[in-house]
Design a binder for this molecule. Structure first.
Ligand SMILES: Cc1ncc(COP(=O)(O)O)c(C=O)c1O
Length: 456
């Protein structure tokens, strides 16, 4: 009997995966489209598109009415909440739907801010997306002091000693990302939560970037809040927030009076985007299906070998399938990432930021920030022949875009990081984001294109 450690990793059924995403068949200027823009938003499987349009076609109604479509809407919302609860590993009453992560975080910072006093402290990091920084900076107007955890510039990891030194008895909340949307670093969130709790502070985790790459388990992490965006993990443009039951009950949201005080609804203001929530249930269903197939390529049986039955509510079977999916995704993505980083390191003038040592790849996601060497130098200064402005991150992204490679350039709102690394004024980074629907052939074609463009 193989142990968990020695068992071969579960395999991803790539042709099935790609067949699920209609957008992947597009072409640009005669080139097949290569979606390397996952960190900005992933493509959606057909079932998500179907769920959204079926909802609008058959069940489009507001909630709580005494008629069929409204009752169907209530049932759909309950099922979607159960699906997200399985995705995050929490109770259904701990799942809050909202327009996006940023809006949910501002809502929560306002509510938490009601309890804070002048002199209280909040810790944020230089590595984070601004959506987990500015909502906390806004509390400075109440006299709250914001402290910053610094990074190690050389590998773009959090300086944990520095972070720990900034948590004290005045710290009320520690806001940290699970993974960096710019350089891919995965932070030791469980340890950070432990440090926050030891000081009596809350821990607020931004899992937006981690969501498509790794298994989220809020119960194991023991965080107080965790937010993610469903459009980053193969769903529609929305956000979800996990909040521990006790906090969702105790904190006071700003809300209209007729809205119930029951959780989680007291945190969901106005009418939700029902059609997108139908799509969220379908995207979790896709991930679970991927996991079932990873164990059983025929996709006919559940993980325990019993015939698969759809579960009306969150079930341990669905969670087990999600766990299996991320095992397969993780293994597959890491193979792609190793190949990409090895290839990039052969292109002399390209600099990859973040962790590049393969022995440490468990500490990063397959999201890469690159620059052509020396472009962080002041653009007004004399430039050497290889610092031409046609190789700025924007110029590279545009060249690649014309060849069908969808990448990103700039700071992607990880503003403190681009400022800290002094690349903000010269265009930030070129970002290449791999997800599990990318292929080895795409990686090889990208490397060939970059070699041509950069002139290696
Ligand atoms: C790490 C990270 N956090 C937060 C956000 C903001 O998410 P949303 O667009 O759902 O507000 C993003 C968006 O790119 C992100 O990458």
């Amino acid at each position: 009997m193989p142990t968990t450690e020695t068992a071969a990793p579960t395999a991803l059924d790539l042709s099935w995966v790609r067949s699920q995403f209609p957008a992947l068949a597009q072409t640009v200027n005669g080139h097949p489209a290569v979606f390397l823009d996952g960190p900005g938003g992933t493509q959606v499987p057909q079932r998500v598109i179907d769920a959204i349009s079926n909802y609008l076609r058959h069940d489009n109604a507001n909630t709580g009415g005494a008629y069929a479509t409204s009752r169907n809407t209530d049932a759909m919302l309950a099922e979607a909440r159960a699906a997200v609860a399985d995705f995050l590993h929490c109770g259904t009453d701990e799942v809050v739907f909202g327009p996006n992560m940023t809006t949910l975080t501002y809502a929560m910072s306002r509510a938490i801010g009601r309890e804070l006093r002048s002199g209280d402290e909040i810790l944020v990091t230089r590595l984070d997306h601004d959506a987990n920084v500015s909502p906390w900076l806004a509390l400075e107007e109440k006299g709250v002091t914001i402290r910053w955890a610094e990074i190690h510039d050389e590998d773009c990891t959090l300086d944990m000693a520095n972070l720990a030194s900034k948590i004290n008895e005045k710290t009320k909340l520690v806001a940290v990302g699970y993974a960096s949307n710019a350089v891919g670093t995965i932070n030791p969130v469980k340890e950070i939560v432990r440090l926050a709790h030891a000081a009596g502070a809350l821990a607020y985790i931004d899992a937006v970037h981690y969501g498509p790459h790794g298994l989220i388990d809020v119960t194991a992490i023991d965080c107080d809040f965790l937010v993610c965006s469903t459009y980053k993990f193969f769903g529609p443009h929305m956000g979800v927030l996990f909040g521990k039951r006790e906090h969702l009950q105790r904190l006071r949201p700003y809300k209209v009076r007729p809205l119930t005080d029951a959780i989680p609804n007291r945190w969901e203001w106005g009418t939700l985007n029902h059609e997108c929530i139908a799509g969220i249930a379908a995207c979790v269903d896709y991930i679970a299906d991927l996991g079932r197939r990873a164990h059983n390529p025929n996709g006919l049986a559940s993980l325990d070998g019993q015939p698969r039955r759809p579960s009306p509510h969150g079930s341990s079977h669905r969670r087990a399938a999600i766990v299996a999916a991320f095992e397969a995704i993780h293994h597959y993505e890491h193979g792609l990432m190793e190949r990409l980083i090895a290839g990039l390191s052969q292109i002399p003038r390209l600099k990859v930021y973040g962790i590049t040592d393969p022995a440490r790849f468990a500490e990063r996601c397959p999201t890469l920030a690159l620059r052509v060497a020396d472009q962080s130098a002041d653009q007004n200064a004399d430039q050497s022949a290889n610092q031409t402005t046609d190789q700025t991150p924007l110029a590279l992204a545009a060249e690649l875009g014309d060849r069908g490679f969808f990448t990103w350039d700039g700071n992607y709102y990880a503003l403190n990081l681009t400022e800290r690394l002094d690349v903000e004024k010269s265009g930030g980074f070129l970002r290449i984001g791999l997800v599990h629907y990318n292929t080895v052939e795409e990686v090889d074609r990208l490397l060939a294109a970059l070699r041509q463009i950069v002139g290696a």
